[in-house]
Design a protein around this ligand. Structure first.
Ligand SMILES: [Mg+2]
Length: 372
């Protein structure tokens, strides 16, 4: 296939409500969208890099630079046999997974659309619907959080994930468990603790949590292994897993018993699938995390979540929880049973809403084959 045109856009989408983790509060999501055109068809993807380098080293600006300087010239000059070939073709570029992953995901969508096949089937997905959970940020006070949990459970969501940090942890979880003794509940610290907090974190064992996500520093697999050995509750790794090699090291060391696979963080579908397959043969359950994606990125997460090892409800939830208007013509919706029906149309099965995208675009750059 010959890619004829690549368009990068930066859009700004205000969140319905700010989202706060242990390290940052986000009010407006600045998102890099990529559109790849060939044979009159467009493939779309979203780069999950945030606007600041606090979740990982990449930002929307570094991704823009890597994509435009090192990936776009290549894909416009070469014949692309299949999306599956891209990771090998750009492997010279170290790191920068979110940039590489965005282009790869766009190519997958484009190839699937050109072949009139659903993306989820092309990647080996087996589910017609996926189970959904929600991720709840740090709130002003506990009552607000409890109200939100009420609302999400009433909407049908199958897993409640609560962000924690020192000062917003044990007492909060204790109150949630007192009110909801049986609800599938997990916590995510985004690396806010250290090995000095092991005794403190062991208190979380009292609350029958599904898992504790990324309690310690993202580079420290050894300390996670030491912590896991002292906890009954499974540890799930997120930020620590940037590649297949990280995943393999984490499993060999015993650093976790669950893995959160994010498409952008690991550099696209090929890597995500490789990590999924590794976990699958070892009986390690995986689930799909979120990066406050708009509909386009969310639709790729829906496809990823159809792989057989994604047995735990992910953070893939309804568009309207995040954005009043979205980048797809049809918002991603969750049934009262807490599931998303996987669309069977070509590509992701969701269509980009170009007039809306144009309205929220603050920066655009287009590249043509032969510099047209
Ligand atoms: Mg996380």
């Amino acid at each position: 296939m010959r890619i004829e045109c690549v368009t990068l856009r930066e859009i700004h989408l205000p969140l319905v409500q700010y989202f706060e983790t242990s390290f940052v509060r986000t009010d407006v999501r600045k998102i890099l969208l990529i559109q790849l055109q060939a044979d009159g068809v467009s493939g779309w993807a979203e780069c999950t890099a945030p606007e600041n380098p606090y979740y990982c080293h990449e930002t929307i600006d570094t991704a823009w630079s890597i994509i435009t300087r090192f990936i776009v010239p290549f894909i416009l000059a070469e014949q692309i046999e299949h999306a599956v070939c891209l990771p090998r073709q750009v492997k010279q570029i170290r790191g920068n997974n979110m940039g590489k992953g965005a282009v790869e995901a766009g190519l997958w969508d484009l190839f699937a659309r050109c072949q009139s096949r659903p993306l989820y089937q092309m990647i080996g997905g087996t589910r017609c619907s996926i189970d959904c959970g929600v991720s709840l940020g740090i709130q002003e006070d506990l009552e607000i959080l409890l109200d939100k949990i009420d609302k999400e459970l009433a909407a049908g969501y199958r897993k409640i994930k609560v962000k924690i940090k020192p000062g917003w942890d044990i007492a909060v979880i204790e109150k949630i468990r007192a009110k909801y003794p049986k609800v599938p509940l997990m916590v995510d610290a985004n690396g806010a603790y250290t090995s000095r907090d092991i005794d403190w974190l062991r208190q979380l064992d009292d609350f029958n949590l599904m898992m504790i996500e990324q309690p310690l520093h993202y580079e420290d697999l050894i300390e996670h292994a030491q912590l896991q050995a002292q906890l009954r509750t499974p540890i799930c790794l997120d930020e620590s897993i940037r590649s297949y090699y990280d995943a393999r090291a984490a499993l060999n060391l015993g650093s976790c018993r669950v893995m959160n696979i994010k498409l952008g963080r690991v550099g696209g579908f090929a890597q995500a699938k490789r990590i999924h397959d590794l976990c699958f043969v070892q009986g390690i359950p995986v689930w799909c995390g979120g990066m406050l994606e708009s509909g386009i990125g969310r639709s790729h997460n829906v496809a990823l979540s159809t792989l057989p090892g994604f047995t735990i409800p992910g953070d893939v939830s309804a568009s309207r929880r995040y954005y009043q208007e979205d980048t797809t013509t049809h918002p991603i919706e969750v049934s009262p049973q807490g599931q998303i029906q996987v669309p069977t149309g070509p590509g992701t099965g969701y269509e980009a809403d170009l007039p809306f995208i144009d309205r929220v675009t603050v920066k655009e750059e287009k590249f043509w084959r032969n510099g047209k």
